[in-house]
Design a protein around this ligand. Structure first.
Ligand code: HEM
Length: 355
């Protein structure tokens, strides 16, 4: 899709946005209830929420619950060998578009789910990462940084039912790959072999994902812990060409650019070319572009402009989209594999895009 078409769609959709945000809050409240539904260890008193029970009374919501509640199928050991991942790829691609969701695509939130499922890895303790997909368990699912990701998990849940032999870790990471590729980004090499053989006991502690209100030192602390260097960090954050911030999720608000459903190097071009000024509002401190006030940057994003070591990579990626695509592809594939012990014969897929 061209940037121009996205611009007109962004503008055309604007009046709907405030309505949709209030719906998003309702979905989130309901979704955390359904997470408890499959946490057998959680005492039932924690699960009783009168407001949510009221919502449950609505027939449509009840139907939705049964459709999207997590599967108790555990994909362990070698079960991934029975899965046709080319078919899964196509089915995930079929879930991306939805005119009524955000800017028309679940792609951005799939990318964020894949990254948050993986980015908890700690090189020292070898804990965290996408194996076991502990992000679907309480308390990790409810860590502040993961707010809103239940929307992506619910969207993918029917595929876990259709392909019970795929693990959640494989499903969530593959969804990130599909989204990057189908939204126009680079091919990302991907391997299956993660297992569901983990529980809420294996949830990582809160605080392993970056805090958007902080700057370069914090960003380095978080990503060095995962085993990334400055160039890889600068390449990864280019994913902020996609999607938007939701005040109902992170507290921040707005898209980074005018084509949030196309994978581009616009994060870097916008960061360098626009003038970013503090947003005047009652929300958390963030930036907006001075010219239109429509686009945003997080404090952590601005660090990629002000920190000279990050900035040299930003300048390169702004000038050369191919270099960005090549480096993003490598760093994203590495991110999705952090801490996963793959069987020696696990095939490496390079999926073809559908169009
Ligand atoms: C400096 C590190 C990072 C920080 C502080 C950060 C922070 C955030 C925040 C606050 C949001 C808004 C969430 C919401 O309100 O819905 C967001 C969205 C997003 N992030 Fe990041 N992020 C970082 C790195 C990354 C990386 C490494 C990736 C992927 C490789 C990524 C991909 C995304 C995507 C695609 C969205 C849009 C989600 C949507 O539209 O629903 N981010 N990020």
């Amino acid at each position: 899709m061209s940037a121009f078409r996205s611009v007109s769609r962004t503008v055309a959709r604007t009046p709907l946005r405030s309505i949709k945000q209030s719906q998003a809050v309702a979905v989130r409240a309901f979704a955390s209830r359904s997470q408890h539904g499959y946490q057998k260890q959680i005492p039932s008193k924690n699960a009783v929420n009168p407001g949510v029970l009221g919502a449950l009374a609505a027939g449509a919501l009840a139907g939705w619950y049964f459709y999207s509640s997590p599967s108790d199928q555990q994909a362990t050991g070698d079960s991934w060998r029975k899965v046709d991942f080319n078919k899964v790829y196509k089915d995930i691609a079929g879930l991306l578009e939805d005119e009524d969701y955000d800017d028309g695509s679940y792609g951005p939130v799939f990318v964020r789910l894949a990254w948050h499922a993986s980015g908890t890895f700690d090189t020292k303790t070898k804990t965290g990462g996408s194996n076991g997909a502990t992000i679907r368990f309480h308390p990790e699912a409810n860590h502040g940084a993961n707010a809103g990701l239940d929307v992506a998990r619910k969207r993918l849940e029917p595929l876990k039912k259709k392909y019970p032999n795929i693990s959640y870790g494989d499903l969530y990471t593959l969804a990130g790959v599909v989204a990057v590729q189908e939204l126009g980004g680079p091919t990302v090499r991907w391997r299956p072999g993660r297992s569901d053989d983990k529980s809420d006991q294996d949830c990582t502690p809160d605080g392993r994902l970056p805090d958007a209100a902080q700057g370069a030192d914090h960003v380095r602390d978080i990503f060095y812990r995962m085993g990334f260097n400055d160039q890889e960090i600068a390449a990864l954050v280019g994913a902020h060409a996609l999607g938007r911030c939701h005040s109902s999720r992170s507290g921040f608000e707005g898209p980074w650019n005018a084509s949030p459903t196309t994978f581009t190097n616009y994060f870097y071009t916008e960061l360098l070319e626009d003038k970013w000024v503090p947003k005047k509002w009652n929300g958390p401190f963030q930036y907006v572009d001075k010219q239109s006030g429509q686009f945003m940057m997080l404090p952590a994003d601005i660090a990629f402009k002000t920190d000279s070591q990050f900035r040299k990579h930003v300048e390169k990626y702004a000038a050369d989209q191919d270099a960005f695509f090549a480096d993003f592809s490598k760093a994203f594939a590495k991110l999705l594999e952090l801490g996963v012990k793959f069987p020696a014969d696990a095939p490496v897929y390079e999926f073809k895009t559908l169009e």
